[in-house]
Design a protein around this ligand. Structure first.
Ligand SMILES: [Zn+2]
Length: 127
């Protein structure tokens, strides 16, 4: 049975990095490179542009997790400084790389659902 195209469905498909229209085709052709179109339903992704949005939110989410983790570990174990460097540096990069693609997929899916695209002037409307 074909799943109805709701915002919730589009968001789930985006988080899975799948086409927000059919949920079958892949949204990405490389780690952060969006495909030109869906390989299953031919949905055009040429207008999809997430800009800095996903990176901005990932920065907040990962930053929040890491800072809370640093406070908890420091308060509980008071480890030497090198432990923090070894623990939080790779965890920051790892979480960022892990979350960036699904979050970009989510971002594109929400744009797709709301038919968001870059604003354009029509001829004669701007003077
Ligand atoms: Zn598709």
């Amino acid at each position: 049975m074909h799943e109805k195209n709701t915002i919730r469905t589009a968001m789930k498909r985006g988080l899975r990095c799948c086409c927000p229209h059919c949920g079958q085709g892949r949204l990405f052709q490389a780690y952060l490179k969006i495909s030109d179109k869906c390989s299953v339903c031919d949905q055009d992704f040429s207008k999809a542009d997430s800009a800095d949005g996903p990176a901005f939110f990932i920065m907040f989410v990962v930053g929040f997790i890491i800072v809370i983790g640093v406070f908890i570990v420091e308060r509980s174990y008071a480890p030497p400084l090198w432990v923090h460097a070894v623990l939080w540096g790779p965890l920051t990069f790892g979480l960022s790389f892990l979350l960036l693609q699904p979050f970009k997929g989510l971002w594109i899916a929400v744009q797709f659902y709301h038919r968001a695209e870059e604003a354009r002037f029509s001829d004669g409307d701007h003077s």
